[in-house]
Design a protein around this ligand. Structure first.
Ligand code: SAM
Length: 170
């Protein structure tokens, strides 16, 4: 006899909470420009918050030989990004963690990359100022940080890339 298993009883890989923003990848040329604007180089540790298919962390490891970490809430993205890092041959330098970026510990980062939404950038700002080392570089694809004025900006393939450094604690 065949018994239908109700959907709620079937194993599912689901995000631990709904993503705050849907997955849309940054074009590869814009990724290159983000890394250039952040002046990524030897000794840096890069964190991409909301890392999608892992392209920013993977490009940083491949081009600059640095360690990089991607954080994403969606387990499917983590799986895809991990496979992409392996394909690119940088699995020793790059790791992906399934976490909520608003709760994650990324204090070891010297460079942070973002492609979120304007209100999410603003929501993240207090955590960046409270927890990050002064001088940590932050680049954001397309969205600014409200009243925190960027130090640099760059037009890249019709997109804007913004750059800030975490200020000294008062
Ligand atoms: C617009 S995509 C950017 C992907 C990648 N950074 C890029 O630029 O190609 C945003 C990503 O953030 C993830 N995300 C959304 N809310 C999140 C949260 N609270 N914590 C961690 N990741 C989140 C989504 O799953 C998605 O993969």
């Amino acid at each position: 006899m065949l018994v239908a298993v109700p959907a709620f009883a079937q194993p599912q890989v689901k995000p631990s909470q709904q993503p705050d923003v849907i997955y849309v990848p940054t074009p590869h040329e814009v990724v290159e420009d983000m890394l250039r604007l952040a002046n990524v180089g030897k000794g840096d540790v890069l964190y991409d918050l909301g890392s999608g298919d892992g392209r920013i962390a993977i490009a940083a490891a491949k081009k600059y030989g640095i360690r990089a970490v991607g954080i994403d809430i969606d387990p499917e993205r983590i799986k895809e990004a991990t496979a992409n890092a392996k394909k690119a041959g940088v699995e020793k330098l790059v790791t992906f963690r399934q976490e909520d970026l608003f709760k994650a510990d990324f204090r070891e980062a010297t460079v942070i990359t973002l492609y979120l939404l304007p209100d999410l950038n603003v929501k993240l700002r207090p955590k960046l100022w409270a927890e990050m080392k002064p001088g940590t570089r932050i680049v954001s694809h397309q969205f600014d940080m409200g009243t925190w004025k960027p130090e640099k900006r760059l037009e890249s393939n019709g997109r804007t890339v913004y750059f800030w450094t975490v200020p000294k604690k008062k």
